[in-house]
Design a protein around this ligand. Structure first.
Ligand code: 13P
Length: 287
């Protein structure tokens, strides 16, 4: 059964670990992540960007697929199906489609408008038992057409949004989506600590999990980060494994062209990286 992400993330804050949000693109991605979570007795959040939702023909398809897979695969660990960087309209569509968690990314609006829209969505989500993530300070890089400059969130604005009753907060601390550039200055831990001081035990979300060194991840968790989003790294692992399969000419041997064979190395590669992240985040055996 799908659950909201509130309880799993509150537990993570008190237990000083983080739950991974892994973005999904198709059935193989979803199956690999669910299987890894179950094998490692870890809670998990499946992230769906608006672009990925569209790719999979719509949020209703995603919701139906994930719910059916949880049942057919006998998944018993807590799973949240979460809209990633949702627009106001996208959030409403996902609420309708049966998602159990929503991120409303109003970081590009003036703070007053971000507050007004977040407030309305908090009420709708909570009346349906759905968790809501809000964002202050846009995350740098580009993801599915959403471009951010990598801002550092103002702790006072974080407090204003936190006070709306949201369930967890993404605050920009110099993190960016995709690969980090050579000259990246690292996470801004002073900003993280200042925000934590203002918002207390509200779980913090770290976007752009790909390529953040392990020591920074651990420090971020010690400062209140309880949800870490990973997307690009799964894509890179999938790509590398698929490339090796083709370059080794395996698709030309026997029935190697069968999509179930062609996609198998990428599927196994996603399982490897998801497990690695769960180990690093400390979520194993926390289901
Ligand atoms: P990466 O693609 O950098 O891992 O970021 C994922 C993310 O933050 C999704 O919202």
């Amino acid at each position: 059964m799908l659950v909201s992400a509130t309880e799993m993330l509150n537990k993570a804050v008190s237990g000083k670990y983080a739950v991974g949000q892994f973005n999904i693109n198709n059935l193989e991605w979803t199956k690999a992540i669910l299987q890894t979570a179950q094998e490692n007795n870890s809670p998990v959040i499946l992230g769906v960007s608006e672009g990925a939702g569209k790719y999979m023909t719509g949020f209703k398809t995603v919701s139906a697929m994930v719910s059916a897979m949880i049942e057919e695969m006998g998944i018993t660990v807590p799973v949240a199906l979460h809209l990633d960087h949702g627009s106001y309209d996208g959030a409403k569509k996902c609420i309708e489609a049966g998602f159990s968690s929503i991120m409303f990314d109003g970081s590009h609006y003036p703070i007053e408008e971000n507050i007004a829209k977040t407030k309305e969505l908090v009420e709708i989500c909570h009346s349906k038992g759905i968790s809501l993530e809000a964002e202050v300070g846009s995350i740098g890089g580009e993801e599915d057409g959403v471009v951010g400059a990598g801002e550092v969130a103002d702790p006072n604005e974080c407090k204003m949004i936190a006070d709306l009753g949201i369930d967890f907060l993404a605050a920009g601390i110099g993190n960016i989506h995709g690969k980090y550039p050579e000259n990246w200055k690292g996470l801004d831990f002073d900003a993280l600590a200042a925000t934590k001081e203002k918002i207390g035990d509200l779980p913090l979300v770290l976007h752009g999990g790909t390529g953040i060194p392990a020591d920074m991840i651990q420090k971020a968790i010690s400062l209140g980060v309880a949800k870490i989003n990973v997307n690009t790294e799964c894509q890179l692992y999938f790509q590398e494994a698929t490339r090796k399969y083709i370059e080794a000419g395996k698709d030309l041997e026997g029935k190697g062209f069968d999509p179930r064979k062609l996609l198998a190395p990428g599927f196994e590669a996603i399982k490897v990286i998801v497990k690695e992240k769960m180990e690093l985040f400390g979520s194993i055996n926390k289901a």
